[in-house]
Design a protein around this ligand. Structure first.
Ligand code: ATP
Ligand code: MG
Length: 220
């Protein structure tokens, strides 16, 4: 579902160059839940952005469901993302003035909306246990509940690949479990999950743990 081959990325900033990734090769199959663990600054977020078609690597190949996002025109790349990829981030990125339902539905704006989409949003909110919070805004939710909204949003377009960047970073152990359980369920249903984290507790759910140090994979 996701294939990275010899991916390399260097940031060129005013303060100089940072080699963020060096020859990373990694594949995630449908139904597989892979975690990448490593210290702060080792390149985890960079890896996820590249995998999701959001950041072009300097060298190497990226394929999502056999298609190469960086060979596509920007609008086709955006379409590939909307069709296949769901993102979950540590900071949730919810719209503060939208209700839970509208935040979940916001994911459908990139896609022509169909009649079933609203019902699907309602069902997903129920699925993550937030039925009674459907019409709340994020400011009226706990941190763990916000992350569950972000998961429902990420699932709206029926992605086949879920990319999660430190999704439990702001959560207590019980909420972390719930979030990881949802990612595991997605993989059990045939989806591919790539989770990047420095959270050691996150290790019990993924099928495969990859270790990263200094922009390289040290263990797979
Ligand atoms: N836009 C940028 N310009 C220059 N350097 C950057 C930029 N973004 C990230 N870096 C550097 O690239 C390296 C990898 O960053 P990245 O955000 O991928 O790390 P990370 O593993 O996600 O860290 P964390 O666990 O703290 O989120 C770091 O050394 C960082 O300082
Ligand atoms: Mg990061």
């Amino acid at each position: 579902m996701l294939k990275l081959q010899d991916v390399t990325k260097m940031y060129r900033g005013r303060a100089g160059r940072v080699q963020a990734l060096e020859n990373i090769s990694l594949a995630v199959q449908p139904g597989e839940f892979v975690s990448v663990q490593g210290p702060s600054g080792c390149g985890k977020t960079t890896l996820l952005l590249i995998a999701g078609g959001l950041l072009r690597p300097d060298a190497g190949q990226v394929a999502v469901d056999g298609r190469r996002p960086y060979d596509l025109a920007p609008e086709d790349r955006a379409r590939l993302r909307a069709d296949l990829v769901g993102f979950v981030f540590q900071q949730f990125h919810l719209m503060p003035y939208l209700t839970v339902l509208d935040n979940v539905l916001a994911a459908s704006l990139a896609k022509p909306s169909d009649d079933g989409v609203r019902q699907r949003a309602v069902d997903l909110i129920e699925h993550v246990g937030l039925g009674p919070r459907t019409h709340h805004v994020p400011g009226e939710l706990s941190t763990g509940e916000r992350q569950r909204v972000a998961i429902a949003r990420a699932l709206l377009n029926r992605p086949r690949l879920l990319l999660a960047d430190e999704p439990t970073g702001n959560l207590d152990p019980a909420s972390s479990e719930v979030v990881l359980r949802h990612l595991a369920d997605f993989a059990d249903a045939g989806g591919a999950v790539l989770l990047v984290t420095h959270d050691e507790r996150a290790a019990q759910y993924p099928h495969r743990a990859v270790r990263m140090v200094g922009g390289r994979i040290s263990e797979d």
